[in-house]
Write a protein that binds this ligand. Structure first.
Ligand code: HEC
Ligand code: HEC
Ligand code: HEC
Ligand code: HEC
Ligand code: HEC
Ligand code: HEC
Ligand code: HEC
Ligand code: HEC
Ligand code: HEC
Length: 422
């Protein structure tokens, strides 16, 4: 009798399985499996992932028998990889790396999706990879720490943990953890400083993709992004002009010989604040004494830029007063902004430390400003001349009118006197 009940249960289970598989297959054309019946919560999460959309199923990662509706679905002989008994997660962090890489290092498979297949290769040489795979340090990030497990999305999906704008938050999960970072002597303020800097603000508030997020500078998987040997050299990929001038400076060989970082010895890579002229004081005195030749050069550069700025500001004032008196100034506004552009170009040039480089731009800016000033002054002069002329004409008319009036009055009086009283 008991056997019959068991039989009945089995039949029912098989029926449910057939129904489920049929419905599943019909509904979303996915390879059906029994795992989803008992692991409904995981199945729901998983259904949205990019893996589900390419028919990677539970058993591709976990093994097991996807046609068995009972606990025997976890049978080892079907390659099940978990350890059910001790409540530990089914994979160690190291195992996860190789689990993902089984497919993601398969160049042929990845080519069909147009994806690179070098993540493991890169990861191995990254700080995280070395820590986890060589030293067995499980605090370091493994694939699933950055990507998630069952809810992995395309990197282009705005909800993905590695969508361009979301990366800083993903790194911050560990890198803002004071206690964790203290163990490695790494500042836990990096994500916060990045957020407050120019790059971070532009990424968050203006949604700009041309500013770097953490992985744009550090690389997504490797120790540095493609084409960059050391992360400190990454700045020049975007600030190309500044880089060119820096390369031509005496600092380039001097820094190289002494192992001094290039851009980051003057600019914080995370809190990238807007640089200004005060940098020629604060940044230089950290290595050169006040009064030294190098310091004097710094002040020469500062003065050159500052004086040009002042001249442009003066021209701006003249422009304003010209506009007030009704002179058509639009062409000069345009010229002035041209001069400003020249001055802005002098800033990257200042990285060469050569006065000639900077002078090239500042003197162009000054030239344009001087031209504007001359022309505007001529206009204003002409306008004044015209005003005096008009004033003279009106004065003349007034005098004529008044004298005519007086003459008329006199004439009237004379007439009154001449006329005899009857
Ligand atoms: C009859 C229901 C049932 C079916 C069918 C089933 N599971 Fe499970 N699974 C369970 C239960 C119950 C546990 C234990 C839950 C726990 O301990 O948290 C479990 C645990 C697991 C674990 C965790 C193992 C560990 O060591 O931590 C994984 C992974 C897993 N199942 C995957 C699968 C996969 C893959 C399939 C399909 C091949 C599958 N399950 C089918 C009920 C089922
Ligand atoms: C891309 C590989 C992959 C796929 C596909 C996958 N899993 Fe997992 N799963 C993992 C990894 C990795 C872990 C371990 C997570 C951890 O250690 O935090 C895990 C953990 C689990 C666990 C145990 C821990 C937990 O989170 O409860 C269960 C149960 C589970 N998966 C079920 C499923 C089911 C059901 C499916 C199909 C719907 C599925 N998995 C598909 C990789 C995968
Ligand atoms: C069974 C093979 C397989 C396994 C195992 C696997 N993946 Fe994938 N994964 C794929 C395929 C195939 C795609 C391509 C999907 C597409 O582009 O439509 C993909 C896509 C991805 C993407 C999205 C790429 C994009 O287009 O933006 C990420 C991220 C990803 N996988 C991460 C992982 C991680 C992390 C693991 C381990 C937890 C893992 N994968 C395990 C096969 C696999
Ligand atoms: C420290 C975080 C981090 C770790 C660890 C990590 N990834 Fe990524 N991964 C990213 C980021 C960020 C991107 C997005 C890159 C982009 O926008 O182009 C990415 C992109 C991807 C992509 C999409 C294709 C590509 O290469 O751009 C795949 C596939 C992928 N990762 C797989 C893996 C695998 C497999 C591992 C483990 C060996 C892994 N990732 C480890 C952060 C990480
Ligand atoms: C799971 C936690 C975790 C996540 C997520 C994580 N990291 Fe890390 N990271 C660590 C740990 C722990 C170390 C220290 C490893 C060591 O020094 O042995 C580290 C080290 C680093 C280092 C090397 C620091 C040095 O000493 O030079 C860099 C760079 C780094 N992480 C960048 C990132 C970036 C960028 C992201 C996001 C894309 C990220 N990390 C996500 C845990 C994490
Ligand atoms: C503009 C490029 C850039 C961006 C964006 C960036 N970093 Fe860095 N990061 C660097 C450089 C360059 C260094 C090396 C600094 C040095 O040599 O002094 C560095 C160093 C680090 C270190 C090692 C610090 C130490 O004390 O050893 C960690 C960890 C780190 N960055 C994490 C991050 C995280 C997390 C983010 C995102 C919130 C991020 N970085 C964003 C360029 C960048
Ligand atoms: C992915 C490209 C990219 C990388 C890499 C990059 N930057 Fe930037 N950076 C930008 C953009 C874009 C802006 C915003 C320019 C603007 O519109 O004002 C910016 C702005 C800045 C500013 C503020 C500019 C100002 O007007 O005062 C500084 C300083 C700066 N970056 C320094 C660095 C340093 C140092 C590094 C390397 C550690 C670096 N950047 C790496 C793209 C980049
Ligand atoms: C010796 C110190 C020093 C080094 C090294 C240095 N800079 Fe600068 N940087 C400055 C000073 C000073 C200014 C401010 C100039 C100003 O505002 O007049 C500045 C300004 C900037 C600006 C903002 C001005 C602009 O163009 O909008 C950027 C961006 C910049 N530097 C990038 C870099 C990059 C990239 C490198 C590495 C190739 C680098 N810097 C190396 C001192 C330095
Ligand atoms: C990180 C240290 C460091 C900082 C910061 C720094 N310098 Fe230098 N500078 C050097 C070194 C080292 C040399 C090479 C000195 C030598 O070879 O004797 C050098 C050389 C120079 C030279 C060439 C001197 C010559 O006679 O050839 C000038 C000019 C100069 N620096 C100006 C500046 C200015 C301006 C600033 C600030 C914007 C600055 N430096 C910031 C380290 C620094």
């Amino acid at each position: 009798m008991g056997g019959e009940r068991k039989m009945g249960n089995k039949l029912l289970a098989i029926l449910v399985l057939i129904l489920f598989l049929g419905a599943d297959a019909a509904a979303n054309q996915k390879r059906p499996n029994s795992c989803t019946v008992c692991h409904g919560d995981r199945a729901v999460e998983y259904a949205k992932s990019i893996h589900a959309s390419v028919q990677v199923t539970c058993t591709d990662c976990h093994g097991g028998n996807e046609r068995d509706l009972e606990m025997t679905a976890h049978a080892r002989r079907f390659g099940f990889k978990g350890n059910l008994k001790d409540g530990r997660p089914p994979f160690t962090k190291q195992e996860i790396v190789f689990l993902c890489s089984r497919c993601h290092s398969d160049t042929r498979l990845m080519n069909t999706y147009g994806l690179p297949s070098d993540q493991l290769q890169q990861y191995r040489v990254s700080e995280h990879g070395v820590a986890l795979l060589k030293r067995g340090d499980r605090n370091a990030a493994s694939c699933s720490d950055c990507h998630g497990v069952h809810t992995i999305l395309s990197v282009k999906d705005p909800a993905s943990t590695v969508f361009y704008k979301n990366v800083p938050e993903t790194c911050a999960r560990c890198h803002s953890d004071d206690r964790l970072m203290a163990r490695y002597g790494i500042s836990a303020e990096i994500p916060e400083r990045y957020r407050d800097g120019v790059h971070g603000r532009m990424l968050q508030q203006e949604n700009r993709k041309d500013v770097p997020n953490c992985s744009r500078c550090h690389g997504s998987h490797g120790a540095a992004p493609p084409g960059v040997v050391r992360v400190e050299n990454v700045c020049g990929q975007c600030h190309a002009k500044t880089r060119q001038f820096f390369d031509a400076s005496p600092h380039r060989p001097a820094f190289q010989a002494r192992g001094i970082s290039q851009c980051v010895s003057c600019h914080d890579p995370h809190y990238t604040e807007r640089a200004d002229l005060s940098y020629f004081e604060s940044r230089c005195t950290s290595c050169h004494e006040e009064g030294s030749g190098e310091y004097r050069r710094a002040q020469q550069i500062r003065v050159l830029v500052q004086e040009t700025e002042q001249e442009l500001a003066e021209v701006e004032e003249i422009l304003k007063s010209a506009r007030k008196v009704g002179i058509y100034v639009d062409p000069y506004v345009e010229q002035l902004s041209e001069a400003r552009t020249r001055l802005i170009e002098a800033i990257p040039a200042s990285h060469s430390l050569a006065l000639e480089d900077i002078e090239r731009y500042t003197s162009e800016a000054r030239g344009i400003a001087a031209d504007i000033q001359i022309e505007l002054n001529t206009h204003l002069g002409e306008r004044n001349l015209w005003r005096y002329l008009m004033l003279g004409i009106w004065g003349f008319i007034l005098i004529v009118v008044v004298s005519l009036y007086l003459q008329m009055r006199r004439r009237e009086k004379e007439l009154e006197q001449e006329e005899p009283v009857e």
